[in-house]
Design a protein around this ligand. Structure first.
Ligand code: 5AD
Ligand code: SF4
Length: 470
């Protein structure tokens, strides 16, 4: 149990096991409560959903007890993410049967896409089921379900939908950092991953609408954008006649203002070009932080995972990254206990972690997903307790490396963008360095959205502490 909690804490950004809840009330004829599970992309999608619902005449509420409609935006990447949603749905359904007969329940996102009508037919848990490319249809589906009392479903995937024209409602925002979706879907087909099935084919949003959105965000006080997609460095837009690739897109966003920081997530090592690395090097506001999911440290396992690079190729890439982008911080995703993983192969993951010295990692136990290549062709043959032990070793090692990396920051000065108050004390502020490390420091007269130089004086494996240089 303790281990499970630890895993959740560490993976919180990528795998938001705690739902994010709406924080605004807007009036409308029926009020909707939106609950978001999973990755940053889902958080961004919920902002699109909020916009579609508002335009469709629905209100938003932050109180589930007052809602007429409760929608869960779900994740299917691992079985435990799905179980969490199932428990929540069962509890909501019990409420509905007991004393809320008019409550409409809906499942959106990856679980909706994966299970389609199963949630309606076999489990009778919900009234509407809406896949990630069908959010424009939500008002219509809700209307149909309410009018007829019959379940309504749209799980059609699209080759074009990017929601480019929809202005997200940033209902849970700190007013400083925002997510901007730039592409959807994934064509990579890693053998363990359900995402290509739940999110469909890759497609990119036109560059002008992205740059406009970033410019509007800057004008309204935002100082950091994280551009999002399942595989951002496959971004390509040819809608204006000439090709705009991901490095070019970043360059254009970076020209919005030197005061607007740019991050991105998530990328595949195979597409991390020197051109992209030079964009990091040459544009101060393109952050010195790159997430490069390795998944495993052994070449045969990588082949079985269909990652298209070997251990050596990945390590060569890391050398290039470090030499072209001095001072870069790196993070990664790692899977423990994939099919047929031997003790030696597991050790290769540990040795790769030592060699790269990641600043941070998101670490997972392999979870077999129905319909994936791995589920069809391999056997999920590593016992649960062995997976758990290997994952614990990975987490422990990363804890040591993160502690060491952060300790080395003591005495350095970082430019920090203030995002709000520290969770532990109103008297202290919280921000992040260019390299994506959280820093806590005294409030003084500073406000969120400002940049300050902070001298680092102390550290843990997760946080830096410092004092503002005036
Ligand atoms: N089991 C465990 N982890 C997985 N991931 C993707 N699919 C699975 C799975 N079936 C992890 C990968 C990916 C991250 C978003 O989730 O590490 O990079
Ligand atoms: Fe899944 Fe691989 Fe695509 Fe990432 S790159 S979303 S792990 S298939």
């Amino acid at each position: 149990m303790l281990q499970e909690n630890l895993i959740q804490d560490i993976s919180v950004v990528d795998d938001l096991d705690e739902a994010r809840l709406t924080g605004v009330e807007t009036p409308g004829h029926r009020s909707v409560y939106l609950e978001t599970y999973g990755c940053q992309m889902n958080v961004s999608d919920s902002e699109i959903v909020a916009s579609v619902l508002r335009d469709g005449g629905y209100g938003l509420t932050h109180d589930p007890d007052k809602a007429d409609v409760i929608l869960l935006n779900t994740c299917a990447i691992r079985d435990n993410a799905e179980q969490k949603v199932r428990h929540r749905l069962s509890a909501l359904r019990a409420q509905k049967l007991k004393n809320r007969p008019d409550l409409t329940l809906g499942v959106l996102g990856c679980m909706a896409e994966r299970l389609r009508t199963k949630l309606l037919d076999e489990e009778k848990l919900v009234d509407i089921v809406v896949g990630p490319d069908a959010y424009r249809d939500l008002p219509n589906l809700l209307f149909r379900a309410d009018e007829s009392g019959q379940a309504a479903v749209n799980v059609q995937l699209s080759r074009e939908e990017t929601y480019a024209d929809i202005a997200p409602v940033r209902y849970d925002s700190n007013g400083v950092s925002a997510f901007v979706s730039i592409m959807r879907g994934c064509d990579n087909m890693c053998s363990f991953c359900v995402v290509p099935f739940t999110r469909g084919r890759e497609r990119s949003r036109p560059v002008a609408s992205i740059v406009d959105e970033c410019a509007t965000l800057f004008e309204t006080g935002y100082r950091e954008v994280t551009v999002l997609g399942q595989n951002v460095n496959s971004y390509r837009d040819e809608s204006n006649g000439s090709l705009v690739s991901f490095p070019e897109l970043l360059t254009r966003i970076s020209a919005v203002s030197p005061e607007l920081r740019i991050r991105y997530s998530t990328s595949h090592p195979k597409d991390c070009s020197d051109e992209l690395l030079h964009v990091h090097r040459e544009n101060e506001n393109v952050c010195n932080y790159i997430h490069l999911p390795v998944q495993h440290g052994n070449s045969e396992m990588l082949q079985r995972m269909r990652r298209t690079y070997s251990r050596d190729e990945y390590l060569e890439l890391i050398d290039r990254v470090k030499s072209i982008v001095p001072g870069v911080a790196l993070s990664t995703d790692i899977i423990a206990g994939f099919c047929d993983e031997s003790p030696d192969e597991h050790s290769d993951t540990l040795s790769l972690m030592e060699q790269v010295e990641y600043d941070h990692a998101y670490m997972f136990m392999y979870s077999e997903r129905p319909g994936t290549y791995a589920q069809r062709k391999y056997v999920d043959n590593i016992p649960h307790d062995v997976k758990k032990k290997r994952l614990a070793e990975i987490i422990e090692l990363q804890g040591e490396i993160s502690r060491r990396r952060n300790h080395n920051e003591i005495g350095n000065t970082h430019r920090v963008l203030i995002e709000g108050t520290s969770r532990k004390s109103e008297e202290r502020l919280r921000g992040r360095t260019d390299t994506n490390k959280t820093v806590i420091f005294d409030r003084a007269n500073l406000q969120k959205g400002e940049y300050v130089d902070v001298l680092i004086t102390d550290s843990t494996s997760a946080t830096l502490f410092g004092s503002v240089i005036v």
